[in-house]
Design a binder for this molecule. Sequence first.
Ligand code: C5P
Length: 240
Amino acid sequence: MWWKRLQYERRNFNYYKTAVANLFAVFPPVPDLGKPSPGKCRTCAVVGNSVNLRGSGYGSLIDSHDIVIRMNGGPTTGYEKDVGTKTTHRVLYPESAVDLDNSTHLVVFAFKIQDLEWPTKALTTGFYTTSHRKVKPKINGNKDLVMVVNPAFMKYVHEIWMKRRGKYPSTGFMTLILSLHICDEVHVFGFGADSNGNWSHYFEVLKKKNYRTGPHSGTNEYAILKRLASEQTVTLYKGS
Ligand code: C5P
């Protein structure tokens, strides 16, 4: 089964159900997205971590959106001119955890049971575990602003949008598709490989020169993004 190939964890369905029940005991069951209304467009900036943000000068444009969604460790401090300062939502995994401020929503695209257990514990007593990367046991953040996306979402994006290409969709691609569901207008920044085809970041020098796009089908994801942009479903800012 597709799910099982993505996991190191070997746990049963009851364990999963307990993890979900614990999650709903702590976090609001309905995400706070603001009400849709005919007089107000909810505009979103989806900010990936591409090196093409460096020197782009997009900072104030990004900050002008109602919702600004960033991903993993993508920093703002020191990069304000290019990436802005506002972060209403940040997508994290246990393996990419960073501290959040009190007004930022934590968004988790869960696909492992650990991903369901982690937010509750990381924001309270601490989550001590091992994964393919070191996991920061505790993070600062507001536990009333947590959105854990149903694991079925990743499967939906993989099957319907990616037609099963790549091992599983990237964080950025899932964020893009989520934003199509929750925003009235989607503006996309910080997506796109460097000239060598690597997904390098605006905030660091690439260490693995042959990283390409990791387990993700970067070329197909980018082709879909370009198609959405050409249809004017989203606005794509290609950076420098
Ligand atoms: O590398 P990281 O996963 O933190 O980056 C967040 C997302 O930004 C990726 O999942 C990918 O979708 C996007 N990205 C990109 N081009 C890059 C770097 C990242 O499209 N050069």
